[in-house]
Design a protein around this ligand. Structure first.
Ligand code: ZN
Length: 424
């Protein structure tokens, strides 16, 4: 499972890079704060094409059940044309979903999903390819959540690894099997001297994470939506470069997530999760940084639960930490741990008005994803999917956007402070 996933990504990467390079001249184009209007909608046998009179912020598509439909959300857009039909689409409607978002809803003659999509180079049209599927594939797609598209103006500033002066420490030998996996795309500020944050959406693929008490939705879909919301917020303000360890419903082993942050020489690594407890009253977010000894039994239990994902894939977790013995790593790790703790405070401060926190919000645990010796790392449990109030927040688009904006704000505050300290 794991290796076939990696192969798929390898095969796709050159295409994505080629697309990126083709779009590079567009990157300087100014973003418009004005909403664009959806001027036309065309439906063919296997595609839906939307045309805009300006540049929109983003688009995403998802499946709805009972009855089976497809919805397309266009951020930064207003509806300005009539719905259309044809092929698999029996009818369609456009409306203003919220002040920022226009929504297109497509009624289907038979189950179908949006299999792929892309904006034109000028960002003025979006082509989505439509694929008929069977009922079970449709249900799986509805469960998996959104597929998202960014106009080229918001596409990655660089697919090249940034240069950064840093302490060089020996790489634990066991990390090597993961070093050949392709690196994710970097979004945001074009300037390679800008700090880089890697956002890690917890779980994915065959590892769903915790299951929501509300409707059985999976932690992996909430973490991905939040990670994307963080990215989009950072891209909008353009102060920080950002990459996601996964941008789809794929499985990544824990050491690979850390290896991505290390290979990209990230300045900060944030792993997004949601917790689950037997007691339904337990709620609120918490932030974990690495410790040699977990701070309490609860933290130890959680560390065991989050790390279990790798046992599924047959990776021996125990052996890697025994390689981390060098005094250099130890020293680098101490400084990294201090910086991680400093960021944990900023993260709580900047997001406390947006999401509820546990009183004892800062915890220490031996999460595998926190073990990069040279990249400050935190793991955020954004709330409890076992609590109805938290689950509502974590699985709603509004809640996900809110959490994402808060995390983005904390990242910017953290780096602004680091830069100010360095200039003193
Ligand atoms: Zn988790």
């Amino acid at each position: 499972m794991m290796f076939s996933r990696i192969k798929q990504r390898t095969a796709r990467l050159p295409q994505r890079l080629a697309l990126l390079l083709a779009l590079t001249p567009m990157l300087g184009a100014a973003q418009s704060a004005e909403a664009a209007t959806i001027r036309a909608m065309q439906i063919t046998e296997d595609a839906i094409i939307l045309a805009f009179d300006g540049v929109v912020e983003k688009a995403s598509a998802f499946n709805l059940i009972n009855p089976q439909r497809i919805a397309i959300d266009i951020g930064g857009a207003r509806p300005g044309t009539q719905g259309s039909s044809g092929g698999l689409i029996t009818a369609s409607r456009l409306g203003q979903f919220n002040p920022q978002t226009a929504r297109v809803v497509l009624d289907l003659a038979r189950p179908a999903i949006i299999a792929a999509g892309a904006f034109a180079a000028d960002g003025r049209s979006l082509t989505l390819s439509l694929k008929p599927v069977d009922a079970s594939r449709f249900a799986a797609a509805a469960q998996a959540g959104r597929i998202a598209f960014l106009p080229p103006q918001l596409i990655p500033a660089s697919a090249i690894m940034p240069e950064r002066k840093s302490v060089t420490v020996p790489v634990p030998a066991k990390a090597r099997p993961y070093r050949t996996a392709p690196l994710p795309i970097i979004y945001g500020a074009r300037d390679n001297s800008r700090p880089l944050v890697v956002i890690d959406a917890g779980h994915g693929g065959h590892d769903p994470g915790a299951i929501s008490v509300l409707d059985g939705r999976h932690e992996k879909t909430a973490t991905l939506a939040i990670a994307r919301a963080v990215r989009d917020a950072l891209v909008r303000s353009g102060q920080v470069r950002v990459a996601l360890t996964r941008d789809g419903d794929n499985f990544l082993p824990l050491p690979e997530r850390v290896a991505i942050a290390r290979r990209m020489k990230a300045n900060l690594f944030i792993s997004i999760h949601a917790d689950s407890a037997a007691v339904t009253q337990a709620r609120g977010a918490s932030i974990y940084t690495l410790s040699d000894v977990a701070s309490d039994k609860e933290a130890a239990r959680l560390a065991a639960a989050e790390n279990k994902a790798d046992i599924i894939s047959g990776v021996d977790l125990g052996r890697q930490s025994s390689d981390v013995q060098s005094i250099l790593i130890d020293l680098a790790q101490r400084e990294t741990m201090n910086m991680s703790s400093a960021f944990a405070s900023v993260l709580q401060r900047e997001t406390a008005t947006l999401i509820p926190f546990r009183n004892d919000f800062h915890q220490f645990a031996n999460f595998r994803v926190l073990k990069a010796p040279d990249v400050p790392s935190v793991l955020m449990e954004t709330g409890y999917v076992s609590n109805t109030d938290d689950a509502r927040l974590l699985f709603s688009e509004d809640g996900q956007q809110r959490i994402g904006r808060g995390i983005a704000r904390a990242i910017e505050a953290h780096f602004a402070r680091r830069i100010a300290l360095a200039q003193r």
